[in-house]
Design a protein around this ligand. Sequence first.
Ligand code: NAP
Length: 295
Amino acid sequence: MQKEKVAEKIGYIGLGIMGKAMVENLAKAGHKINVYARRQVSVDALETNNIEAFSSPAALAEASNVIISCVSDTPDVEQVLVGPQGVIDGIQANSLVIDMSTISPESTQNMANQFSQAGASMLDAPVSGGEVGAIAATLSIMVGGAAEDFARATPIFECLGKNIIHVGASGAGQVAKACNNLVAAQTMVAVAEAYLLARSCDVDPAKVRDALLGGFAYSRVLELHGQRVLDENYVAGFKTKLHAKDLRIALKSAETKSIKMPGTELSDHYLQALLKQGDGELDSAAMAKVILENT
Ligand code: NAP
């Protein structure tokens, strides 16, 4: 007899820039979403009505069998998933937790073990593509965890992204994401240095960007952030404080593995300079501001 397919009851925690867009896309795909946000204003900002709000992650977990989190940093994920009144306090047997935040691979593995002991499972599924990709449902999703959990989550991922890769075991998605963010940060430094050189030689950086976009130096960073820099528009898609957090994760892993990443250290230096001057809420493309203004 064919096993009846049960529709997943999806719970979502964290309705920031990324979470809001992801919830809207899940709702567009026909899912009713259970949500938890620590501030009511974040729930009120949702455009869809096809939601039910819960007062704690534990209460949300009791009413859901797939629970997605997308909050800021490692301690935040630990708080909402395994802290007091966290998801683990309400988790149902065979539930699947999917953490789409960008956090430490080591902490991810610890939490996955805790959920396994509670009869549930966990995937790490950080994303790349920014707010634009989250809204357009074209995110790149890097997944760590068991193959059967990846298969279960794939129809959900397909509502959110396009490039969905099962990278490896628990934590592997977060390692891939650390790699992604160090490439993006170092590319941003290169774009800013290119503009600096162009400007110093009385050449229009906008024309340089146009020329580079059609050649080997093309990148999404040059295309999107390169334009932001020309417009001096640093309204956050991806906040400086979050990108700095991500490079810390990468540098911590490098330290643990006794490898050196001087390029990542240099880009971290620019992000830290922004944080010091109180610009943590600006888009991380503002690294170019430091390079262009202070060099
Ligand atoms: P954001 O706009 O700052 O949103 C974070 C959300 O998490 C906020 O709604 C915040 O609630 C909530 N939150 C944080 N800590 C919490 C806690 N301890 N308990 C309950 N809720 C908590 O950040 P975002 O840009 O959506 O990023 C979310 C995650 O995605 C981060 O890990 C980030 O690195 C990653 N990411 C972001 C981008 C991007 O382009 N934005 C791209 C890829 C990956 P409040 O509103 O109450 O503070």
